[in-house]
Design a protein around this ligand. Structure first.
Ligand code: NDP
Length: 313
C-alpha cells in the first residue's frame, strides 16, 4: 500500500517573526497555510529576554512572549501549526515536495521559507548559561540595557565593528576582543572603531570565561602569550557571524557563499517559481524582528499572487 501524500496550498517552514507574519497574511487570504515550526519554535527571539524596539509594544515585551503573541495571532486565522523539522526538499516539479522529520512527505503549491539564521557562539559554558542575562548576539537589540555601563564585544568583522561603534554611543566603555593581530572588517569600519575614544581594541586575545552568577559580572580574556586579564563588564556581546539555516535548500536555491538565499530584489521570489524566501534566511544586513516580519508579509503576498496566477487559489 502506498502512503497517501498530503497536499497543501501554502507551506511555511519556520516559526520566527517572518514565518508567523507570513502565516497571518496567508491565513487571512484563505490560503490555508500549514506551518512546520522547526527545531526552535519561535526562533531566535525565544532566547532573548526583553524586546523594546518592536513597534506596538510601548512598554516593551519579552521575546518568548512576543512569539506566543505572534503564534496566537496566526492561529486565530486558522494557520495549522505543527511540530516538525523539514529535513529535505525536492523542488523539481510543478508541486514542491517537502519531507518532514525524514518520514512524512508533503506537497505544496507554494512554499514560504522562514528558517532564519543562528548566531555563532564561542562555545563557552558561561556564555550559554548567561545568554539573555548579559550575554547577547545582538547589540542593536540589547545595547540599550547597558547604557552608561562597560561592555565587551568579541569579533573583528564588519558586524563587530559596527556593533562596537553602536555600543560606544550608549555605553561608558567598550572592549573589543579580537583574536588575531588585525581585524577582518573593512578599512573604513576599522578606522571608525580605532578613532572612537571609548572603544579599546584588545588584539591577539580570546575569551576564557564570562563571569557572573545570575547576570554578567566580568570576563576573563587571555592573550597569545598566555597572560590573563579581567574585564569589569556587565554586558558581553558576541559578533562572530551568523549562519543561515538553509542547508536543506542547497542545490535547489541560489545562495551566496555563506548560504543566504538570493531573492529577486524587492521581492521574496527565489530562482524556483512558487518558492519564496523571507526573514533572516535571506537577509544578512538588517536581521531585526521587525524587518523579518515585514519580509514574511512580502512572502505571503508574493505567494498569493503566484497561486492566483497558477489558478491554485
Ligand atoms: P565575518 O564572518 O565577516 O566575521 C566574523 C569575525 O568573527 C571575524 O573577524 C572572525 O575572526 C571572528 N571570529 C570568528 N569566530 C571567532 C571565535 N571563535 N572567537 C573570536 N573571534 C571569532 O562576520 P560578520 O557578521 O562580521 O559579517 C558577515 C558579512 O556581512 C560580511 O561579509 C560582512 O562584510 C557583511 N556585513 C557588512 C556590513 C556593512 O557593510 N555595513 C555590516 C555587517 C556585516 P577572524 O578574522 O580571525 O577569522
Amino acid at each position: 500500500m502506498t502512503e497517501q501524500i498530503e497536499h497543501v496550498q501554502c507551506l511555511i517552514i519556520g516559526s520566527g517573526p517572518a514565518g508567523y507574519t507570513a502565516a497571518i497574511y496567508a491565513a487571512r487570504a484563505d490560503m490555508k497555510p500549514v506551518m512546520y515550526q522547526g527545531l526552535q519554535p519561535g526562533g531566535q527571539l525565544t532566547i532573548t529576554t526583553e524586546v523594546e524596539n518592536y513597534p506596538g509594544y510601548p512598554k516593551g515585551t519579552h521575546g518568548p512572549q512576543m512569539m506566543e503573541d505572534f503564534k496566537a495571532q496566526a492561529e486565530r486565522f486558522g494557520t495549522d501549526i505543527r511540530w516538525g523539522l523539514v529535513t529535505s526538499v525536492d523542488f523539481n516539479g510543478p508541486v514542491h515536495k517537502v519531507v518532514v522529520d525524514e518520514k512524512t512527505t508533503i506537497t505544496a503549491d507554494a512554499v514560504i521559507i522562514a528558517t532564519g539564521a543562528s548566531a555563532k557562539w564561542l562555545g563557552l559554558e558561561s556564555e550559554q548559561r548567561l545568554n539573555g542575562f548579559g550575554v547577547s548576539a545582538c547589540a542593536v537589540c540589547d545595547g540599550f540595557f547597558f547604557r552608561g555601563q562597560d561592555v565587551a564585544i568579541v569579533g573583528a568583522g564588519d558586524t563587530a565593528a559596527e556593533e562596537a561603534t553602536y555600543l560606544a554611543k550608549l555605553c561608558k566603555k567598550v572592549y573589543m576582543i579580537v583574536r588575531r593581530d588585525e581585524m577582518r572588517a573593512s578599512k573604513t569600519m576599522q578606522h571608525r572603531v580605532l578613532n572612537t575614544p571609548n572603544i579599546e581594541v584588545i588584539f591577539n586575545s580570546e575569551t576564557k570565561e564570562i563571569l557572573g552568577g545570575k547576570t554578567v559580572e566580568g570576563a576573563i580574556i587571555v592573550n597569545n602569550k598566555g597572560e590573563e586579564r579581567k574585564l569589569d563588564v556587565t554586558g558581553f556581546f558576541v559578533a562572530i557571524g551568523h549562519k543561515p539555516n538553509t542547508d536543506i535548500f542547497k542545490g535547489w536555491l541560489n545562495m551566496d557563499e555563506t548560504g543566504y538565499i538570493k531573492t529577486v530584489p524587492g521581492t521574496s521570489k527565489t530562482n524556483i517559481p512558487g518558492v519564496f524566501a523571507t526573514g533572516d534566511a535571506q537577509d544578512n544586513v538588517y536581521r531585526q524582528a521587525v524587518t523579518a516580519a515585514g519580509s514574511g508579509c512580502m512572502g505571503a503576498l508574493d505567494a498569493e499572487r503566484y497561486l492566483v496566477e497558477k489558478g491554485a487559489h
